[in-house]
Design a protein around this ligand. Structure first.
Ligand code: NAD
Ligand code: UDP
Ligand code: UDP
Length: 312
């Protein structure tokens, strides 16, 4: 049995990852400051003797000297544009000071550590679909920069701890992931559209709705992350996401149809720096991890719609 730290474990992806690790027979220490995470995402895990929750902000050092840590998954960072821009300086701190603390923790325990990086490090991409070799098109002064540049420097720090201290690192670049337990008011497109459709409110399309994204169901995501962590040698960076590209308008229409909603589309201004196209090239993940997503959009959306119905 390994002892595994999951920072950001009370969040959307983190809570599914904690579940997966417990299913695999690991001992899990979930570290979260509950900024965008929710206790209810992990309430059902608290009675498991192999699960421990620590309320902590990774911007502050974390010493776990009573434990022998084998692996650390570092997810602690607000992920939706609304939340990461609310306190942009804190977002940069989580991705710099916070990342250094978790790398320090890994170094002290000689633990393997994985960074949850993002497709946002490619910015508004000029190469399509995005391969891991693409260096990105990021504006270091845009409102998204605290997250995009923060996640870029986090990759730099991981790589330098590997070079300088021989730390065993992993870097996964996550593309838009959705599913149950997304924070309901964090402004991300799937949760916004599903809630608007269920409430019969207008569906808010930003811009002309012709921008694209590619949506990965959360359990596919954590299966890929787990495979990367447990690969003996492959460090990444590797894209984990679903290459099925769809326009935001098509997504809205699909959700209206699936919820049998009377909601109408309304158009609002496109936020500054909003990327026009995004789709992962996942050939590296297929080759190195033998991973590809297996949940189609309809199946994943249905589970997400059922979840939001249950909490409304
Ligand atoms: P989320 O907001 O639900 O989860 C983030 C978790 O981190 C929350 O529980 C939050 O409370 C916690 N957190 C934030 N700052 C913290 C801090 N300083 N100290 C301790 N805990 C802190 O978002 P998510 O979608 O589950 O994202 C998880 C990770 O995956 C993030 O690192 C995000 O950047 C990355 N990611 C997600 C997506 C996506 O589409 N969901 C895409 C790319 C990357
Ligand atoms: N750190 C931590 N937990 C640990 C070990 C280190 O939070 O168990 C923090 C510590 O505060 C330090 C950071 O991680 O600032 C980086 O640690 P490292 O050993 O790399 O650097 P140093 O301590 O030499 O600055
Ligand atoms: N979006 C939208 N309406 C909403 C929320 C988001 O049209 O109510 C758009 C947003 O402008 C972006 C896409 O949907 O083009 C995905 O947005 P999200 O915030 O989910 O993720 P990201 O921009 O980080 O990919």
């Amino acid at each position: 049995m390994k002892t595994v730290v999951v920072t950001g474990g009370a969040g959307f992806i983190g809570s599914f990852l904690c579940e997966k690790l417990l299913d695999e027979g690991e001992k899990v220490i979930c570290v979260d400051n509950l900024f965008t995470g929710q206790k209810r995402n992990i309430n059902h895990l608290l009675k498991n003797k192999n699960f421990k929750f620590i309320h902590h902000d990774i911007i502050d050092p974390l010493f776990l000297d009573d434990e022998v840590i084998d692996q650390i998954y570092n997810l602690a960072c607000p992920a939706s544009p609304v939340h990461y821009q609310k306190n942009a300086v804190r977002t940069t701190k989580a991705n710099t000071l916070g990342v250094i603390n978790m790398l320090g923790l890994a170094k002290r325990h000689q633990a393997r550590i994985m960074q949850f990086s993002t497709s946002e490090i490619y910015g508004d991409p000029l190469e399509h679909p995005q391969k891991e070799t693409y260096r990105g098109n990021v504006d270091c002064r845009s409102p998204r920069a605290c997250y995009e540049e923060g996640k870029r420097v986090a990759e730099t720090l991981f790589t330098d701890y590997h070079r300088q201290h021989s730390l065993e690192i992993k870097i996964v670049r996550i593309f838009n992931t959705y599913g149950p337990r997304m924070f309901k008011d964090d402004g991300r497109v799937v949760s916004n559209f599903v809630l608007q459709a269920l409430r019969g409110e207008p569906i808010t399309i930003y811009g002309d709705g012709l921008q694209t994204r590619s949506f990965c169901y959360v359990t596919d995501q954590v299966d890929g992350d787990y495979k990367l962590m447990n690969h003996p040698t492959f460090t990444g960076p590797v894209n984990i996401g679903n290459p099925n590209e769809i326009t935001i308008k098509e997504l809205a229409e699909k959700i209206i149809e699936m919820t049998d909603s009377k909601s109408k589309l309304i158009y609002k201004d496109l936020p500054e720096g909003d990327p026009t196209r995004r789709k992962p090239d996942i050939s590296l993940a297929k080759k190195m991890l033998n991973w590809e997503p297996t949940t189609d959009l309809e199946t994943g959306l249905q589970k997400t719609i059922d979840y939001f119905k249950s909490i409304l």
